[in-house]
Design a protein around this ligand. Sequence first.
Ligand SMILES: CC(C)(COP(=O)(O)OP(=O)(O)OC[C@H]1O[C@@H](n2cnc3c(N)ncnc32)[C@H](O)[C@@H]1OP(=O)(O)O)[C@@H](O)C(=O)NCCC(=O)NCCS
Length: 245
Amino acid sequence: MIRKVPCKTRKNEYTLSVEKLEGLFSVPSVMPEWKPMYAELSLKDGSKQTILIRAIKAEEVDPLAAFIKKYTDVEYDFYDIVGARVFAELLAIKRNRMKDQYFLVGLADGEPIGIANGRIRDQKVNISLHTMAFKRRINAGAILFYAKCWYAFEICGNDEFWVTFESYNGWMLAGYNMGLPTYAWPAVQHELGGAKVYLLTREYWEQSVRDEYPPQIARCQLLADPPAELLKKNEKMTCPDSIEV
Ligand SMILES: CC(C)(COP(=O)(O)OP(=O)(O)OC[C@H]1O[C@@H](n2cnc3c(N)ncnc32)[C@H](O)[C@@H]1OP(=O)(O)O)[C@@H](O)C(=O)NCCC(=O)NCCS
């Protein structure tokens, strides 16, 4: 707003550097590293599919965003809203507009099978953002979601994982299958649209979810120290030309 200046001043104008402005807008990142892990998915026909779960690389943000943009037109199983939000979250990585966002990709032979992302709010709370499966009906979503929980509790040392759901499939995956309670609503709201917060506590993680979810729901284990060959095969990510839902 323009106002009359109430005293004499040495300068009539001040110049601001955009680098200094940027310092006001973005915050330093303090995220612990996600070391690549892997899982052997058990498919319905009895065969196995090994996926590597690793952090996205800076150079993969643009191609993955272009790939995910395609889902924003898909009016099916809530892929449009989830796609649009994940697209924005990838831009937030590129433009440095979200505090401590971690973004995991599940890859098979360099092809993205799904993603799982979230952000560290503070030492106590880790916030789940989204899980997406690009290959359907291979149960990729469950282990990707579980990987985020692992990151929150086993790597970041957080006490609570705050989850919410845009889709029924997402709710089945974690809300129902993990048996998560909610915080009182609307007193506590998730940052995704003010929806209910489904809560996974460290206590419940250690008592039950950590050991029971992989065999019961994901039908595979999250494994450390991927073989060198698996790492090599998934060093470079290549997005398919088309999407399937
Ligand atoms: C939510 C989402 C990540 C769930 O991932 P997912 O569980 O791998 O997803 P899918 O729906 O493709 O596959 C699940 C199905 O495969 C089945 N399945 C896969 N592997 C199986 C196996 N080895 N044995 C038995 N069933 C298996 C599951 O039982 C389920 O079957 P159903 O459709 O008959 O119920 C995924 O549906 C998605 O990306 N949706 C759009 C985005 C979204 O909604 N994200 C979550 C936001 S809250």
